[in-house]
Design a protein around this ligand. Structure first.
Ligand code: FEO
Ligand code: CA
Ligand code: CA
Ligand code: CA
Length: 650
């Protein structure tokens, strides 16, 4: 989300300061000498010991993930070969002239797809095209693409057949189900005013949040939305279910007896090897508040757990709790509604009637995104960041090979172990298990369910390493994991894994797990300090989105004020090179964020999002409309293609 953005609008602060305020008072700060950590980092940047260790690693790319567009490399036979892994002509700083519209490498072209307000079933409902004098009704919004485009994934339309027929089946690259997260939209952007004045206003705000599942198809004149039974909107009011160890916990039940509903603040995402979509609930706390603030203020009733998860009397200013009692923290009938958010939710992209399922074994925190690696024996490891200042990196490992579980009708995400990372100063690390069998945790929690619901508190007790806002994770060519740490302006003392204080530009850490993703130890290095790109043509800061293509391209999207007159950008790095050399593929528009990335299986088409263009301010940009100073800017997906038809990023 935005920080130090240059185009303020009244509601920008909804997502500005509050999401990033640290709520970790655990004192987990393994400090080391700053000079020492800087020295080890320089060695690493020059191609150090940990990079060599990665070479011993078994490639984790799997047939199933190939089918999902991660690693497939299908040649059409007549493409121009791009010799370099990342060979396109980058956008130069001086090429960025008018940031009211995107700027793309001259070797690439883009098409705007599914801006906020696009009907997910063509012809069924009105489109909202950015007229500032009208807004969709909440009913219309529930049938349109939402706002706050973030994590997404393209599922080829014939993926179910591809999975049935195995590796030799080439899944289609011209049609698929696109699952896309709608992380947030501030009240000024969505409602045209700072606060809701009715339940209808709240419902409109709620219905632009959530997830869209849209069928899209490539025509001779570009990609378009298609009619589909599987297309759907999932909002904070959609029925959902809980699964895994905490599913039947009383901490997920309310005296009101209301059934579980909804998902919110859906940030990053990831696909599973079995062809489903995982959406990650991040800043869910911001939608809750207290309608009955007494003279002592909400703080007087705030529990330790509420503090740790950042609940506050006024949330991020959405005001839902004034009209929707589920979000009122002081309503005793809904005392546990807050615990129903902060999960990873599984969605079937091909079955519009499936009930989205919250996988409690993955723990409750501010889930940024998820990247799943497959070990050689078929068990899976899921790498996940908790995005807040001084929060942690997590890993989940399934007990059984995923195919076995799926064949038995069980979820590999319901039975496994959850770990949190401790980064040692010497480039090693440990995965600390979050289990009730640990006496330290058994003393604090009644059972594994409570432990998972308050996973942050459990991680504090284990001495996890507080990080500079862990955002996305992605699995590289040799099974190495890249973690974006976006920034941390509040860090006052550096440690080896977070070597800058304050850390205003962010960094990327690379970890290599011991034992084929299944172990409890890992090695790590600082892959890149964004501050070191300053003064170079490839400059970027605030890394957030990360996606590795299974060869050696690493795509990074940024979220924060960029230097040198740039806006947020998409940059590509060839990780096979000793020194990272970021190449700028795309620059977004004023005050947006570049986030979410997915490709077709042939990797000739990519999708990337421009989130909150202009922070909703028509004086800043009218994207995707051409500049007119009037039309409300709308979040949208860009379809990217290399003009010569070659693989994206090449
Ligand atoms: Fe939703 Fe941490 O970005
Ligand atoms: Ca943002
Ligand atoms: Ca961010
Ligand atoms: Ca993010």
């Amino acid at each position: 989300m935005l920080k130090h953005d240059d185009t303020p609008i009244e509601n920008a602060q909804i997502h500005d300061d509050k999401e990033d305020i640290a709520s970790n008072d655990s004192g987990n700060r393994p400090f080391v000498d700053v000079l020492q950590s800087n020295l080890s980092r320089r060695k690493v940047l020059a191609g150090g010991a940990v990079a060599a260790a990665a070479g011993f690693f078994t490639p984790a790319a799997s047939a199933s993930l190939r089918g999902l567009g991660r690693t497939e490399n299908i040649g059409r036979g007549n493409d121009r070969i791009n010799r370099e892994m990342v060979g396109f002509k980058p956008v130069a700083i001086e090429d960025v002239l008018d940031t009211r519209m995107p700027t793309i490498s001259e070797d690439y072209e883009y098409q705007v797809l599914i801006p906020w307000g696009t009907p997910i079933q063509p012809g069924v409902t009105n489109e909202y095209a950015g007229d500032p004098s009208t807004r969709p009704t909440s009913e219309e919004a529930a049938l349109q693409v939402g706002i706050g485009h973030d994590g997404m994934w393209f599922f080829p339309i014939d993926l179910p057949s591809a999975q049935r027929y195995g590796r030799r089946y080439r899944a289609r690259s011209d049609e698929g189900m696109l699952c896309i997260n709608h992380e947030f939209g501030g009240n000024f952007h969505v409602l045209g005013k700072g606060s809701p004045e009715s339940l209808e206003d709240v419902r409109l705000s709620q219905h632009v949040h959530g997830v869209s599942v849209v069928r899209i198809k490539e025509h001779f004149d570009g990609w378009k939305v298609e009619v589909s039974d599987a297309a759907r909107r999932i909002t904070v009011n959609t029925p959902v279910q809980f699964s895994g160890p905490a599913a039947s916990s009383p901490l997920l039940q309310n005296p009101a007896g209301n059934m579980p509903q909804g998902t919110v603040n859906n940030c990053g995402s990831g696909p599973t090897p079995w062809g489903t979509y995982l959406t990650c609930e991040e800043n869910f706390n911001g939608y809750f508040g207290s309608s009955t603030l007494d003279s002592d203020g909400f703080n007087a009733i705030r529990t330790e757990e509420q503090s740790r998860y950042g609940f506050d009397f006024d949330g991020f200013g959405y005001g839902w709790y004034f009209f929707d009692e589920r979000f009122d923290l002081t309503n005793p009938d809904y005392v546990n509604e807050q615990n129903r958010f902060g999960w990873i939710v599984e969605i079937d992209p091909f079955d519009g009637s499936q009930t989205p399922t919250k996988r409690t074994a993955l723990g409750r925190f501010k889930h940024e995104a998820i990247a799943i690696a497959e070990s050689s024996n078929g068990r899976i490891a899921a790498y996940m960041g908790d995005d807040q200042r001084f929060d942690y990196c997590y890993k989940y490992v399934s007990t059984n090979p995923w195919q076995e579980s799926i064949e038995l009708g069980l979820s590999p995400l319901d039975d496994g172990k959850l770990y949190v990372a401790r980064y040692n100063d010497d480039g090693t690390g440990e995965w600390l298990e979050l289990t009730i069998e640990n006496p330290l945790l058994a003393e604090r929690f009644a059972d594994q369910a409570e432990l998972l619901i308050y996973a942050r508190v459990a991680a504090d007790l284990l001495g996890a390493t507080p990080m500079d806002r862990p955002e996305w994770t992605t699995i590289g060519k040799d099974g190495e994991v890249y973690w974006t740490l976006t920034n941390n302006s509040q860090r006052t003392v550096a440690n080896a894994a977070n070597p800058q204080a304050p850390n205003s530009d962010g960094h990327i850490i690379k970890t290599v797990d011991a034992d084929d993703h299944l172990g409890t130890t890992f090695s790590w290095e600082i892959y890149l300090l964004a501050a070191e790109t300053r003064g170079t043509e490839g400059v970027f800061t605030d890394p957030d989105l990360a996606w590795a293509d299974g060869e050696s391209r690493l795509f990074i999207g940024t979220d924060g004020g960029q230097p040198d007159g740039l806006q947020d950008q998409l940059t590509v790095i060839d990780t096979s090179k000793d020194v990272p050399e970021p190449k700028r593929l795309l620059v977004g528009v004023n005050s947006d964020e570049v986030t979410g990335f997915t490709c077709t299986p042939d990797r000739r088409t990519a999708f990337v999002n421009l989130q909150h263009p202009g922070n909703g301010n028509p004086a800043s940009t009218n994207f995707p409309a051409l500049p007119d100073g009037f039309t409300v800017p709308r979040d949208a997906t860009l379809v990217l293609r290399r003009k010569n038809g070659a693989i994206i990023g090449s």
